[in-house]
Design a protein around this ligand. Sequence first.
Ligand code: GCU
Length: 560
Amino acid sequence: MLVDPYESGFYDYRYKPSANGYFKDAKPKSKSDLIEYDFDRSGTLKVPGDWNTQSDQLFFYEGTIWYRKSFDYERRPNTRLFVYFGAANYFADVYLNGEKIGQHEGGFTPFNFEITKLVRDTGNSLIVKVDNKRRRDAVPTLMTDWWNYGGLTRHVKLVETPATFVHDYFIQLQKGSRNRVSGWVKLDGDKHNQKITVRIPEAGISKSFTTDASGSAAIDFTADLKLWSPENLKLYDVAIEAETDQVRDQIGFRSIETKGTDILLNGRPIFLRGVCIHEEAPLRGGRAYSREDALTLLGWAKELGANFVRLAHYPHNEFIVREADRMGIMVWSEIPVYWTILWENRATFENARNQLTEMIARDKNRAAVVIWSVANETPLGDARLSFLKNLISHARSLDSTRLMSAAMERHYTDQTTQMIDDPLGEYLDVLGCNEYVGWYDGLPEKADRLEWKSKYEKPLVMSEFGGDALYGHHGDPLTRWTEEYQENLYQHQLNMLKKIPFLRGTAPWILTDFRSPRRPLPGIQDYWNRKGLISNRGEKKKAFYVMQQYYREFNAEGVR
Ligand code: GCU
């Protein structure tokens, strides 16, 4: 790796893109040759992993780092080869053997490039320039309350496929149905017209379809399936067999809808007993990326009594979504349209829409994912409204089976009345609302006096509430930063929440403490947001047990 704060491996001294940048991975050919970089004699970084927690020098670093991976690869005949990235924060330029193969913007969704024609049997040089510099027109924009962990934060893989392969598929229950499976399969390659068969052996399903001239086939059949839910973790082995390729997946089938102010899972009303999670690695800090990280975080959520997690504020790694499928935990997944982005900027919109497309593409077959969220705490305004409306209709065009939401803000109509009437609510299925009564807004007991109203006959998920406490810091219930203050705040919060007639879910902020550059208070925060119910060392705070007790009051169906 090469740390390149001035991007001198990309631009020349006139700040023009250089034809001879570090992507050439050049070596001096003679003693007089002038080459001013050398990957072989530069440091290394682990992939997957953010760079900030791998070296003290890089802790605050925001800029460009070049990664280089040398590899040999003997490709089998009639196959194709792709390089796949789980994510790269934030902007990635990718080169193979000195050739640019592509670029990607957005730090939390997967992307891949075909390298069939460029790969050699030996001595390949894969180079990735990763730049996590924040930009005003980016998504997210300049200000966030999480650490801007940079780098190749998720797995990088080589993927070999047949010449014509199963590129993508969407197999879920049709909206509102509990026995009609519908979706599609898409082939990529020359052999477009093929017979494909969808098999679900355990359900005695074997249905054949034919792909059209573009390699696509619509899937539609009825089946008697056991439905996935937190109480019934049913995942089926599903095989998609084409003449030239076959893929297997584990898919759960469930329906998710709203009716008035109710959320219905498989036709029955549920309460989303949730908690918010940032993709902060448990116990060690840094960007989480592994299956073990996911199991630890979801394990703590289960211990809390949760059947739902809000993955904030960006798509998390695939492990956590797949483990949620296996553990029966419903998921809210969100793109980082966070606070005040450039609503009128076309490129910003395209970027947000692309991240939404990629989020849905990766997780559309996960039964656990029940809600797509397009935004968090965004300010009212016409440009913002049309931006988000367009994102919502785009998401619905890609996936009509799930619920749309966003974390909105509320306002007082008088001293004691909270109103949810953000015009965005009109376009959502589930209202999300963040409130910090007792932390940013008054003291904990203020919650006792508040009544909640909504302009919409729709279910509400309180998508954030809570306050900071440093684990082991004790005092009286009105002393900030103590466990007793946080405990007190939660007790008053839950009394208030229980009185909201259209409340159908809660997701306190947040499961564990997480790093934020906006939290410098020495001896208390030290660049950690301390609103976790669990500390960054895995220690449960008093408020954890208040929330756990509240969730214990719910019966199996998740209804109190
Ligand atoms: C906000 C925001 C979070 C933030 C939290 C806090 O509501 O959505 O990203 O971390 O409040 O202030 O702790």
